[in-house]
Design a protein around this ligand. Structure first.
Ligand SMILES: [Zn+2]
Length: 308
């Protein structure tokens, strides 16, 4: 018996916004770690995830190949069951594809994404049994309403857009953004700005994108994370007990630091900082599993493999 695996990505959610948010449901899954995204925007970051590599720990003194071998080996803990052989890089070669690897183990692989840059015509889609772009970019609850865990093990890969600009909850739109006196001119032409921030930065733009003025948007992202946490709580209840959850972000967001807004063609620490949480469904065995037990599972596996 292997675990279902549900990987949910809160698009653009900053690490410090996650830290500030009240997230009782996600806290039940595991302890949030500060990790780093391999990329500063959605498409390459999700591509890396689908190579089996979650956000990295940025450990000094560790060979990158060793860190990646360890991260890949942890799929054994996520998958569970009684497989004896350690999972290695070779299991992912030559395709370097997490969905194809999981399909080889009998998983049905499904992706539900909110961002059009990940649409079903893109190169990350063909390795899934089902790959759907949702009709709206900000409705995780609609996605979990489509999930069905009947039958064999499932790999559910979900991209949630509530935390992406314009940080709108279902039913809200860009007009519901917090009013920021003096900078609403910034939002004129925002579509062009989001597509190409550097080209859209006119004279004085660095002054307009400052931290104090954009703080209401930072607060709005915190609010979106708290909303999504409630939906994750519903997901915990509907998913079978033998489900392994991963919840993370694909990259951060700049809210004025260094004169930047957004993500993508931005080189700044805050755009690479992300949160990462994983663990078994806390409903397993009819009750909440202690964090110590969760950590012992992962740490035990690392010791077995000689990394600790
Ligand atoms: Zn993204």
């Amino acid at each position: 018996m292997v675990n279902h695996i549900v990987w949910v990505i809160f698009d653009s959610a900053r690490y410090d916004c996650f830290e500030a948010a009240h997230t009782p449901a996600i806290d039940r899954i595991g302890r949030a770690q500060k990790r780093y995204s391999y990329a500063s925007w959605t498409a390459p970051s999700h591509h890396t995830f689908l190579m089996g590599l979650p956000p990295h720990a940025n450990e000094p003194g560790v060979l990158s190949s060793d860190a990646q071998r360890r991260d890949l080996s942890l799929w054994q803990t996520r998958i569970g069951g009684n497989r004896q052989d350690a999972i290695t890089f070779a299991d992912f070669a030559p395709t370097l594809s997490l969905p194809l690897f999981l399909r080889s183990l009998g998983y049905r692989t499904e992706a539900y994404v909110s961002m059009p840059v990940l649409n079903p015509k893109t190169l990350i889609a063909p390795h899934f049994d089902i790959f759907e772009l949702m009709p709206v970019h900000n409705d995780l609850r609609a996605i979990i309403g489509r999930l069905n865990f009947d039958g064999g093990p499932r790999f559910m890969f979900i991209n949630a857009g509530e935390t992406h600009y314009p940080y709108a909850l279902p039913g809200e739109n860009a007009g519901d953004l917090p009013h920021i006196p003096g900078v609403h001119g910034v939002w004129r032409g925002m579509d062009e700005f989001v597509r190409e921030p550097q080209a859209s930065r006119g004279e004085g733009a660095a002054d307009r994108f400052d931290v104090d003025r954009l703080r209401p948007l930072w607060n709005k992202q915190v609010q979106c994370i708290e909303y999504l946490d409630g939906v994750i709580g519903e997901l915990i209840e509907m998913a079978p007990p033998d489900t392994w959850f991963m919840v993370t972000s694909d990259h951060g967001e700049l809210f004025g630091e260094g004169g930047y807004f957004g993500h993508g063609p931005v080189m700044h620490e805050k755009v690479f900082e992300v949160f990462f949480v994983e663990g078994r469904n806390p409903r397993r065995n009819g009750g909440e599993i202690g964090r110590d037990e969760l950590e012992a599972t992962v740490l035990g596996r690392l010791k077995q493999l000689g990394y600790l």
